[in-house]
Design a protein around this ligand. Structure first.
Ligand SMILES: [Zn+2]
Length: 190
């Protein structure tokens, strides 16, 4: 009898736990993913590293589908590297702050990648997040992130040339026609 009660108690505990998890942690949406990946891509572009591609295809998830920064050699490039790693997480939270836990989970590899340059800069994760936040919130960067994210939602995948062109368009230095010709050239080269 007691054993039965105990089992029932345990089962209830488990379902409460699951329920709580469902309430506090909604799954990552395509929009979350698109903004996350767009932030990495825009950061890489701004820091002069040609992004390879950005993707929100389910098979690629959020794990490193944008990765073009391959290292750092001084404190400035280490700082850029940290921003690029943490920009995805920070952007997801700016989009929906109630999504912190899911964003954190999706960024576990980003946090891992930021840990070495952070160490070199004598900074903790919180300070790294703070500088990434400051960078993401600059209006020219946010504008570019939004534009790349919107395009990612339409096309699911963007290559480096498209990303770089979108950033230039966001800055007001190119038009949609430029993007169309970039895409035409890509198609011809395929
Ligand atoms: Zn990421």
């Amino acid at each position: 009898m007691l054993e039965k009660k105990m089992r029932l108690f345990e089962q209830t505990q488990v379902s409460i736990k699951n329920l709580t998890r469902e309430i506090v942690m909604r799954p990552q949406t395509d929009t979350d993913k698109a903004y996350h990946e767009a932030a990495h891509a825009v950061a890489d572009t701004r820091f002069g590293c040609h992004p390879v591609k950005a993707s929100i295809k389910p098979s690629e998830g959020t794990l490193g589908s944008v990765s073009s920064l391959d290292g750092w050699d001084d404190s400035e490039t280490a700082r850029n590297y940290v921003i690029s790693c943490l920009a995805g997480y920070v952007t997801e939270i700016r989009l929906d702050s109630s999504n912190e836990q899911a964003a954190r989970l999706g960024a576990s590899r980003d946090f891992e990648m930021a840990s070495k340059p952070l160490e070199q800069l004598n900074m903790d994760l919180q300070s790294g997040i703070a500088i990434a936040k400051e960078w993401v919130n600059r209006s020219e960067n946010w504008k570019a992130i939004e534009l790349v994210a919107q395009e990612l939602l339409i096309h699911e995948e963007l290559v480096g040339d498209e990303i770089e062109t979108l950033v230039v368009i966001a800055d007001g230095e190119a038009t949609r026609e430029t993007l169309a010709s970039v895409r035409l050239i890509q198609r011809l080269n395929r």
